[in-house]
Design a protein. Sequence first.
Lengths: 240, 240
Amino acid sequence: MVTKNGDVKKMFRKWINNLSECELFKKITPEELNLVFSCLKPKVSVYEKNELVAVAGEKFTGTGIVMTGEVVVTKENAAGNRVIMAVNGSGEMFGEMFAFSGEGVWPVSVVARTACTVMFLPAGKIICNCERLCASHRQLITNMLEIVSGKALMLHRKLEYLTIKSLRGKISTFLLEQYKRAGSATFMMSMKRNELADFLNVSRPALSREMCRMRDEGVIEFHRESIKIKELDALKSMAE
Amino acid sequence: MVTKNGDVKKMFRKWINNLSECELFKKITPEELNLVFSCLKPKVSVYEKNELVAVAGEKFTGTGIVMTGEVVVTKENAAGNRVIMAVNGSGEMFGEMFAFSGEGVWPVSVVARTACTVMFLPAGKIICNCERLCASHRQLITNMLEIVSGKALMLHRKLEYLTIKSLRGKISTFLLEQYKRAGSATFMMSMKRNELADFLNVSRPALSREMCRMRDEGVIEFHRESIKIKELDALKSMAE
DNA sequence: CGTTTTTGGTAACCATGGTTACCGTATTAA
DNA sequence: TTAATACGGTAACCATGGTTACCAAAAACG
């Protein structure tokens, strides 16, 4: 790993346009970003393929933002196996949930999937009082809060599905949510059977079987991607 | 509902000592809190028992902090039934995840379980630039980030358990986590069977049955609250 | 245009875990 | 101390959903 503190300015000039597409920096113009960075003084590091970007158990160094290349976030589960949590590409963040949670160490390991460049924002710096608390700095904090709350909401939503015990309940809840979003009884599924089974944490044949049962009972009707809810009330009574 | 903007100062003087025990205001002294409140200008409202504090679908008014009494956070699920999400007492917050997530409306309803007093902090105000961006204001933002990230982490942890399909896997994972925390093969359970069953989202008799099986196989040993891991490797191979 | 791959429906078999019900032992309250 | 209640182990029965394997239709690819 090569730390390029000296080249930071040059690095930013090159990446500043891409970075404003990154969620953390949204609503901040490239010009303002320069100011923000002079406040934050982030560290940029370059990694070779398969190099360790962060090691579980070691001191937390700050939220990471992938500038180029890809990283893999892995977690060692209780059985001692490494499982992949996420693959993050250019512009994506990792460790955002740990930055402010009071944990002092990385609970996950991050490995360079390809050669990559990563920027680290120390948590303390984000909320520090720079002399001129610039508007953009405030925007940064807002963005951070938005990202973390958004993540929490997403997890919450996912949890709601997994807490439902019966497969029929999961399917009904999912369909009703889609129905509400679409605003009509006929709509397109946003996922393939495969993906939906994954999302609901059930097996694909079981999902298929149950959906067909519901079709045979006249509650729904479907062909491939398209779905039609025929008995809304029946469906509602199944969601639970 | 009676809004008492005029009495805000009096209200605070009375509650300021309790509030500094509230997570959002931790590390802020009562004196500093006065300053912070003069920045934030929160609204305080008084509700009678069973009165609606927030209505799902209506405009989001800000994070709520219960000053006295208790509120119930309820959500209408897909089937149209109201389910209780949380009961919040004095010093506890609600709506903290929605404040910054960009949702414009309350996704839940909040009802006064007893007569109660609730303080609302508008999301925008928390991150606003008051003239003298006081140290305490920064602390407030830090606390907010900490609370929301903590919530996200907790949800994440819960999700990990629910994603495990086999009951044995859930139990093993849970025990290994407890073991790691305790640092010894013998430790006390932090939950009763009932609560653990709830946490793992399984039925109590099934949990009991499986734990006894594991005991009969010689992997663990237990009596009521106390647990001893006898075959660590076996347990690890079951967690998954 | 034919071939390969992906997608999804179907069926049989069986393991897992929910349900209910009962009972003994702690724990708490009166 | 006794009564009431909470807690947890146990067993029988059975519904749900996982597994595997196969097939047909659709889509992607050469």
